[in-house]
Design a protein around this ligand. Sequence first.
Ligand code: NAD
Length: 260
Amino acid sequence: MGLLDNKIAMIFGLANERSIAWGITKAFYQQGATIGISYAGELLEKRVKPLAEQIGCTFVEACDVASDEQIADITHKAQQHFGGVDILVHAIAFANRDELNGPYYQTSRSGFHLAMDISVYSFTALARAFQPILRPGGALLTLTYYGAEKVAPHYNVMGVAKAALEASVRYLAFDFGPQNVRVNAISAGPIRTLAAAGVSGFKSMYQKYAEIAPLHSNITIEDVGNAAVFLCSDLAAKTTGEVLFVDAGYNILGIIEEVD
Ligand code: NAD
């Protein structure tokens, strides 16, 4: 018996085998979920399709979440393919590389809009599109980072975007509560993915992380996948509007001790 038996899960944000979306997909599959996968566009198709095959997934569709038409289109296709959907995972973020370097005040207006559109609004846009086909007992999940709460050098506009995303989680949780659909976020510690590679200084921060974090460990996509199973399963039936840290305890630290 799996924790997600009989659940249909749509996963947005799979790019490659390092993606957090892949950790979540694998964990959901192991727990019995039927999976639909969405990726950003044609360039990723050759990486995503073989991964989908590994889990016997037959619903694999491109969707650029900057486009309301493409979101409407994939929602329609999901409805035709699955009938209803129980779980929607949003593992998507984007900012121009030059916004993730130097001081935050240098953020351009267009760079700010782009980061907010792709990294924040798209979660609300997907929630809105899928709302009519989400089944009671269902769950929406997004991915955030501690840079929403505290300053993480170079994370810049993405930190501001994640703060807005976390606020969206609370507003969506309020809206979807009467439908008995829960909305939560996982705040993951640093993981070496395509998206993370765009943040200046990520590599040295990643290297120090395991020395500093209380559990003295880095985070894997499998760790995030397991926490996602919990949040999207009936085990978390009364948890909504929350941000769950999967960060080896890093966020509880007030003072970072020098490691000898
Ligand atoms: P990733 O690069 O594997 O995933 C990011 C995904 O966003 C990619 O699949 C990319 O194609 C997709 N995307 C970007 N623009 C899009 C668009 N217009 N339409 C559709 N999809 C689009 O990296 P990841 O680290 O797995 O990122 C997943 C989520 O996890 C992001 O929200 C990220 O901010 C968050 N997160 C990552 C870390 C980390 O250290 N890697 C830590 C905390 C939170």
